[in-house]
Design a protein around this ligand. Structure first.
Ligand code: FDA
Length: 309
């Protein structure tokens, strides 16, 4: 009950424009977010990824920022990622890139956003990397799927995030599977009404398991399924179902965020799971950080500890 109220509160705070401008300037906030981000620059992220790679953990990058208001900003974001693909290759990293479409201009110009995605997916192939599209709140799902299907048709191997809390996701999965997608399944991070999304954790977890098993069965060889969750019990349940269907645990990938359950990430890697850590960087971290606090209100204690000198 308290957790649900706190979740709602932090999700509301994540959308507050005044706080978005002011809070990131406070030193204690900068210290607190450091738990989930190795630093604000791409170089910080790449350096952290090199350390993870020594433990057999691959990486994935996202520069924080969403809902830009001018297409020139989107063009700059795309240029940044084009250059990052080169840096990933030069560093010898098994690293991929994951983007939010609103960061590439989805609120302003869908056709130009598609062009940016096609360019990034082409660059991913050219550099032997991967391109992922994140999923934002439910008002973006149709547009995101439209763009994803166009990109996937030209660039097989492109990945999409789908949210297990949405009632519609089972139908979306069914429609996508014949197109040989690569899907990162997550529980879902936004505040959605009961008409659109499952609200009880138990129901979301059950839907996650059912969807993950369906996707794993449909993509038994290539890495078509990413489990974007820190819920180890759920990962192990999926692995058991997959094993029963003759699917090895390295036929799917476990994806977690930097700084969350780091010890478990290493343990899974040593137990033969493919593990990929999503490393966020950049200075526009406020709404993203508020969503991390919403997921686990106990994180607020860590944030408060950062108030101490
Ligand atoms: P759950 O919330 O049940 O947590 C399971 C356990 O993990 C908790 O008990 C806790 O121990 C630990 N944990 C979870 N969150 C934590 C946190 N913030 N801090 C500390 N411990 C924590 N969402 C979305 O809507 N669109 C997207 O594109 C993405 N992309 C994405 C990529 C990747 C790689 C990940 C891991 C997650 C996302 N998400 C996302 C976020 C996702 O929807 C979800 O909100 C979080 O992963 C939290 O849910 P869990 O599945 O981890 O389970």
């Amino acid at each position: 009950m308290l957790n649900a109220a706190l979740r709602k509160l932090f999700l509301a705070l994540s959308r507050n424009g005044f706080l978005r401008r002011r809070l990131p300037q406070l030193p204690f906030m900068r210290r607190a977010v450091g738990r989930f981000m190795p630093g604000e620059t791409a170089e910080d992220a790449l350096a952290a990824a090199l350390v993870l790679q020594r433990d057999g953990i691959a990486s994935e990058y996202t520069r924080l920022g969403e809902n830009i208001s001018d297409m020139a900003e989107a063009d700059a974001v795309a240029e940044h990622y084009v250059a990052l693909y080169g840096q990933i290759r030069e560093a010898g990293l098994d690293g991929e890139i994951s983007v939010k479409l609103t960061q590439l201009g989805l609120d302003i110009d869908e056709a130009a956003t598609l062009d940016h995605c096609l360019r990034l997916a082409a660059r991913a192939r050219e550099t032997g990397s991967g391109f992922w599209i994140d999923m934002e709140d439910s008002s973006y799902v149709d547009r995101t799927l439209r763009i994803y299907e166009r990109v996937l048709a030209e660039h097989p191997g492109t990945g999409l995030c789908l949210q297990a809390y949405l009632h519609r996701t089972a139908a979306d999965v069914e429609r996508l599977l014949p197109q040989r997608p690569r899907i990162r399944l997550v529980k879902g991070a936004y505040d959605e009404p009961a008409s659109i999304a499952l609200r009880a954790k138990r129901d979301v977890d059950a839907n996650f398991l059912a969807l993950a098993v369906t996707i794993a069965r449909a993509t038994p060889t290539g890495v078509g399924l990413g489990l974007g969750t820190h819920d180890i019990r759920l990962v192990e349940q999926v692995a058991r179902h997959a094993a029963a269907a003759g699917i090895a645990r390295d036929a799917f990938e476990v994806q977690m965020l930097f700084g969350i359950r780091a010890g478990e990430q290493r343990r899974l890697a040593t137990e033969g799971y493919r593990v990929r850590t999503l490393i966020a960087y950049g200075d526009a971290w406020y709404p993203w950080y508020m969503r991390r606090l919403a997921e686990r209100p106990a994180n607020v204690l860590f944030a408060l500890r950062a108030l101490l000198p």
